[in-house]
Design a protein around this ligand. Structure first.
Ligand code: EPU
Length: 419
């Protein structure tokens, strides 16, 4: 068993460099299947979800060579299978991108129903609706999804909910569809734009990514031998911004895109923290106990659900009573029970939670209930009095590269122990 042992009461100070985005990489890797040759990807985070993506692609016939810790060459010349191994695809959520990519490439695919963090129901009806609009037939049974098409034809697709996954998946599937595909009520997250930029660099014709109307003019083939650098991770950036606020620290966050964090920047300033943004760097510092606030998570450019638990840590120590409304996931407050073990006073019910701010947290053994909850508990451990042990690191390792090393460089007393 592995755990992080953290001795708290630390002000985080120094510089940290942000890795490439998890949620871009795990979409762009499958999207490379549309290219029948080689792609070189830089700034790829070396995390469990990316390695799993690579394993699934290798089972389909991709040849992948890591040329450094964060770059790889993927050669999709010889894809020989349309069956993604069910034991692997069930392990994480983004395996659903294999469907869009293989539908585009081979008009046929079978995968296990995607797994991932337990944040409540995670339907894929909008993905399926999109594929069917393009002319595919989908069959979901016995934990498997089979999707096939004689040919794909561009169509107008209105997404009933704003879904990052469905927007990206249908975008990937429609690259070779005959004519024009319109995705309306599309998600606008930076990773949606990154996938579109990647596909355009291969010769796709995608316009409007980053707005709620995306237009894809079908092309017949894509180039190969391209190189592409994954966008910096918005959520990792926000994690260190909130760690600076929670610890009353001073952090210079490098290799990030400040505009992707505009919403968080405003909230940090509202609760009394300080943020200065430069071209690809954000400086965050805080000297005071944060003020109370009200937050509602929303699709981009709203407050990201994936930073809600980290903000929860900050608000658990704010002056006064704060409220968070979670509008994306049904079960994203599981971390509050863990924070309460550390002395927080949070009442969570359904998709809302009330944070009665306390002056200090204290160390306790806590369990990462999902990926972002895990990172939030690490921040809580760094600021709490005493020693915190964070268990269930498999969640954290899915999405953060070397989290303990990055926090240790900022002064945290944090060690990974393997028992
Ligand atoms: N939804 C549907 N039908 C669908 C798809 C989604 O009803 O077909 C609903 C979901 O139940 C949810 C909402 O739409 O209520 C938004 O879901 P979305 O599809 O946007 O989420 P996702 O693509 O499954 C991605 C990230 C999540 C992040 C959400 C929201 C990946 C692999 N995951 O999930 O990231 O929380 O978008 O921004 O990109 C994380 O990184 O920790 C994480 C959970």
């Amino acid at each position: 068993m592995e755990k992080l042992v953290i001795t708290g009461n630390t002000k985080l100070e120094g510089e940290v460099s942000i890795t490439g985005a998890k949620n871009s990489s795990i979409a762009i890797l499958p999207a490379t299947l549309l290219c029948k040759g080689k792609c070189t990807l830089y700034n790829v985070p070396n995390i469990v979800d990316v390695r799993l993506s690579c394993e699934i692609l290798e089972k389909l016939g991709s040849k992948i060579i890591w040329t450094s810790n964060n770059s790889l060459i993927i050669d999709n010349t010889n894809i020989h299978s349309t069956h993604a191994p069910l034991d692997l695809t069930r392990k994480f959520r983004a395996s659903y991108y294999i469907i869009g990519a293989m539908l585009g490439r081979s008009h046929e695919i079978e995968v296990g129903l995607p797994g991932g963090c337990n944040l409540g129901p995670r339907p894929i009806d909008q993905h399926i609706k999109g594929f069917e609009s393009l002319g595919a037939v989908a069959n979901l049974s016995q934990g498997k999804v089979k999707v096939s098409a004689d040919k794909l034809i561009g169509s107008n697709i209105y997404m009933d909910v704003v879904s990052v996954g469905a927007t990206i998946n249908v975008l990937i599937a429609s690259v070779f569809a005959e004519g024009t595909t319109i995705i309306d009520n599309a998600a606008k997250e930076p990773h949606v734009v990154d996938v579109a930029n990647f596909l355009n660099s291969l010769g796709a014709d995608i316009r409007g990514a980053g707005t709620d109307l995306i237009k894809v003019n079908g092309v017949k083939e894509l180039k190969d031998n391209i190189t592409y650098s994954i966008v910096p991770d918005q959520i990792e950036t926000g994690t260190f911004m909130l760690a600076a606020v929670a610890s009353k620290g001073d952090i210079l966050i490098k290799n990030c895109i400040p505009e992707h964090l505009d919403c968080l920047t405003s909230k940090i300033i509202e609760i009394g923290g300080n943020v200065e943004s430069y071209k690809d760097t954000i400086h965050v510092w805080n000297t005071r106990r944060p003020k109370k606030t009200v937050i509602k998570t929303l699709p981009y450019p709203g407050f990201p659900t994936d930073l809600q638990p980290h903000m929860g840590v900050v608000l658990s120590m704010a002056k006064g009573t704060s409220i968070i409304n979670e509008s994306i996931w049904d079960s994203r407050f599981q971390y509050t029970a863990e924070l309460n073990k550390m002395g927080a006073n949070i009442t969570a019910q359904g998709k809302s939670a009330i944070f009665e701010g306390v002056e200090n947290l204290y160390g306790a053994p806590v369990y990462a209930t999902d990926l972002r909850a895990g990172a939030a508990l690490v921040i809580a451990g760094i600021v709490a009095n005493g020693t915190t042990e964070v268990f269930n690191l498999k969640h954290i390792d899915r999405g953060y590269e070397n989290i303990e090393g990055k926090f240790a460089n900022l002064g945290a007393k944090i060690k990974r122990i393997i028992e």
